[in-house]
Design a protein around this ligand. Structure first.
Ligand SMILES: Cc1cc2nc3c(=O)[nH]c(=O)nc-3n(C[C@H](O)[C@H](O)[C@H](O)COP(=O)(O)OP(=O)(O)OC[C@H]3O[C@@H](n4cnc5c(N)ncnc54)[C@H](O)[C@@H]3O)c2cc1C
Length: 537
């Protein structure tokens, strides 16, 4: 007796998106989530104080915006199931110790004008840089939302055009090298390098990450960035509503211990309470490549070994959430008060690089890598009238040289103090009484909250060239299906298209439906799908 056609392990946003596509195609899905809430890295909660909505993990939705899931509202998440996106016209700004300020706006002229104050030459270069960035983004983005194509095919296609050749060249370079070709002012380079490194959790000097220098600002200008109104759980709830509307179920507080196989076929799962659940057609599981061997029996040992040796990103984040009497006021420029992702940096690229270097060696840098902003200025419903939520994130490392990862529990309080001290250097109103309550989320917490975030790496595994596209997480596993076990598929940030809020469950569903002999789409129009996906506040 089957429990579902497809059992889905984990209710991260990617699994939920895949489950929603499968349910819409007529499959009966059962989603099992170990946490008491769905969403994984896309979930909001009142962390600092009741009445103030914080994001447990992801804050800004970027890469998902051009996904047909959102752009065409294929499943009706917006038109039928209540998701609303609020645009963030200026999502990111770089604020410097010398008081200079570079907003990375969708309105390019705004950014160029600010850069012109620092370097007229770089302002002209920014215009040309962004022309190229937008063309690159338009070229590569559609590939994020379909299964990865073989690298040989991709390279052959890229080699045929001048734009493609430039993408290939940049993809072998580092972010630092790409930016050095365009800009001379350290502050401009830092602004763009920090934006890129937070997308990939890579050191800006890492080779084979150079295209991200274009992707981060290009995605912003071409497709925009947005906040789900009410927080990440609003996105998740829309997915759950879609699944339930099509006869599926999302069960929380159920930990899956293993995938059950019979005759090289996935037939169900066993929960940690020892209950076996039967899947008639397939199992779609969020299993980190490092755990594949322990959750699935009988796999080729070479496949398990290669998966277990995938590399994690060198960086993670320490996050402080706070409820505040009013939004932050920045010394550099009042415009920064309305920006939710302000990176706060020294003016010297060498100094910023030193912080990345220190972290890579497990040392907390003398100058913390900090960003801060008030999400409630972009989505006022997240705080009571006049009050604000603070989201302060420090890029850091999981494994501290002195004390390992466990040390985070001991230093959470003192590190929070250090970050507030640093924030005080950039703001004018961080006086006693401004912060009502606060809560820290450490790299250890990320790993506890989601089994995908091994070692605090919330991109699943590093976004290095050899772990992207048709080799993410490994060549054998990149097609979502697990070789040797028919009917078992993988999802998670460690699969193509990678970490972040991408809606990457879409290509997984395409693959599964193809294997099940079912069409992907067409999708029914929804009452409000014709309206813009992103609504002004
Ligand atoms: C501090 C922080 C800030 C971030 N900021 C951003 C941002 O601003 N923008 C952005 O795009 N991204 C951001 N991210 C990254 C983003 O949140 C993740 O990459 C993304 O959510 C991954 O989604 P996923 O669905 O692939 O997996 P996850 O979100 O990791 O979901 C996996 C789910 O599966 C469940 N699960 C796993 N194994 C089992 C099992 N055996 N049994 C039952 N359940 C199981 C887990 O509990 C989890 O709920 C951030 C992440 C962090 C930590």
């Amino acid at each position: 007796m089957k429990d579902a056609d497809v059992i889905v392990v984990g209710a991260g946003h990617n699994a939920l998106v895949a489950a929603a596509y499968l349910a819409t195609a007529g499959k009966q899905v059962l989603v099992l989530e170990r946490n008491g809430y769905p969403g994984g890295g896309v979930a909001s909660a009142e962390l600092s104080e009741p009445g103030f909505t914080d994001e447990l993990h992801s804050l800004i939705h970027v890469r998902i915006m051009p996904n047909p899931l959102v752009a065409d509202d294929e499943l009706g998440l917006i038109g039928r199931y209540g998701l609303q996106y609020l645009p963030v016209e200026v999502p990111h700004a770089a604020v410097f110790e010398d008081g200079s300020f570079i907003p990375i706006s969708r309105d390019r002229s705004m950014t160029t004008a600010r850069i012109r104050d620092l370097s007229p030459r770089d302002a002209d270069a920014y215009d040309r840089f962004m022309d190229l960035a937008v063309r690159i983004v338009e070229h590569v983005t559609p590939g994020f939302f379909v299964p990865p194509v073989p690298r040989s095919e991709q390279v052959a296609g890229l080699e045929r055009t001048a734009l493609g050749q430039e993408i290939l060249r940049a993809s072998g370079m580092s972010v630092t090298d790409v930016l050095a070709e365009w800009f001379s002012d350290d502050r401009v380079r830092i602004a763009l390098a920090r934006m890129a490194s937070e997308l990939t959790l890579a050191h800006p000097d890492d080779l084979n990450t150079g295209t991200v220098a274009y992707l981060a600002p290009g995605l912003n200008e071409r497709y925009g960035m947005a906040l789900p109104r009410g927080g990440g759980s609003a996105f998740t709830s829309a997915c759950v509503r879609c699944i339930e509307d099509h006869g599926g179920e999302v069960r929380t507080s159920v930990h899956v211990d293993r995938v059950l196989t019979r005759g090289h076929r996935a037939v169900g799962v066993r929960t940690s309470e020892g209950r076996d659940l039967v899947a008639a057609d397939a199992v779609l599981a969020t299993i980190h490549p490092h755990r594949l061997g322990t959750m699935v029996e009988g796999l080729d040992p070479a496949l398990v070994r290669t998966a277990a040796s995938t590399r994690l990103a060198p960086y993670t984040a320490f996050v402080v959430h706070a409820s505040m009497e009013e939004p932050l006021r920045f010394r550099a420029d009042p415009a920064a008060d309305g920006i939710i992702w302000n990176t706060l940096s020294p003016t010297s690229l060498a100094e910023v690089t030193r912080s990345f270097d220190d972290l890579r060696r497990g040392r907390l840098p003398a100058v913390p890598m900090l960003e801060a902003g008030c999400p409630s200025v972009g989505d006022p419903g997240r705080a009571p009238a006049g009050k604000a939520t603070l989201h302060m994130l420090s890029m850091t490392t999981y494994d501290l040289a002195d004390g390992g990862a466990q040390r985070w529990a001991a230093i959470a309080e003192s590190y929070t103090e250090r970050l507030f001290e640093r924030l005080g250097e950039f703001t004018t109103n961080l006086a006693p009484g401004l912060v009502r309550a606060r809560a820290a989320v450490t790299p250890l917490d990320h790993e506890r909250n989601s089994l995908s975030f091994v070692g605090g790496d919330y991109t699943g595994i590093a976004s290095y060239g050899h772990q992207m596209g048709d080799t993410r997480p490994t060549r054998e596993l990149s097609g979502y299906a697990v070789p040797g076990v028919r009917g078992l598929y993988l999802t998670g940030p460690f699969m193509h298209p990678g970490g972040g809020v991408t809606g990457g469950g879409r290509p997984v569903a395409m693959t599964m439906l193809r294997d099940l002999g079912l069409p992907f789409g067409p999708f029914a129009p929804h009452p409000r799908s014709a309206e813009p996906a992103v609504q002004p506040v």
